[in-house]
Design a protein. Structure first.
Length: 163
């Protein structure tokens, strides 16, 4: 997530400190959005800050686009923060999802890369896992749901996802 110059932020997380550890032998794999193509304009970062959720992402940024590394800010995980902030509404969410008192919610979550549960390779796990879970878990004890990354809709058609 980028902080655009001149826009206020909700918090002022500390700047990521340069790594003092020995570099690892294996370079981290690239991450969508952390390459020069996404972060630089005329060879210069076009943001004041690039908010990352984990120190490992800073290392990936340094490997993929060292010019943007000084803009890295460790800001935590906004999704986790939203989950924590929503705890007072837990019962409301459970009712909306049809989870009855005494039931456990099993939530499957998938990103959008080829190796994810709902990948674009030949071994998509999610389409076979959902029916298996609903068949094997006692319906009176469990409710099963899936959360898919929004980019999955770009790589898969609505019919394929709903199937």
């Amino acid at each position: 997530m980028a902080t655009i110059k001149g826009w206020p932020s909700r918090a002022e997380p500390s700047r990521a400190e340069p790594s003092r550890a020995e570099p690892s032998r294996a370079e981290p794999s690239p991450v969508f959005g952390l390459s020069a193509e996404w972060l630089l304009a005329d060879g210069v970062p076009f943001v004041d800050a690039l908010v990352l959720s984990h120190p490992e992402q800073v290392e990936r940024l340094r490997a993929a686009c060292p010019e943007a590394a000084p803009a890295a800010v460790l800001g935590g995980d906004p999704c986790f923060d939203r989950l924590l902030a929503a705890r007072p509404y837990r019962e409301r969410f459970r009712r909306a999802l049809g989870v009855r008192r005494g039931q456990r919610l099993v939530l499957l979550n998938s990103t959008w890369n080829p190796e994810s549960l709902f990948g674009d390779g030949g071994d998509d796990v999610l389409p076979s896992l959902l029916p298996r879970l609903t068949a094997e878990l006692p319906a009176d004890e469990y409710r099963v749901a899936a959360v898919l990354h929004p980019n999955i809709w770009h790589g898969h058609g609505p019919g394929q996802i709903r199937m």
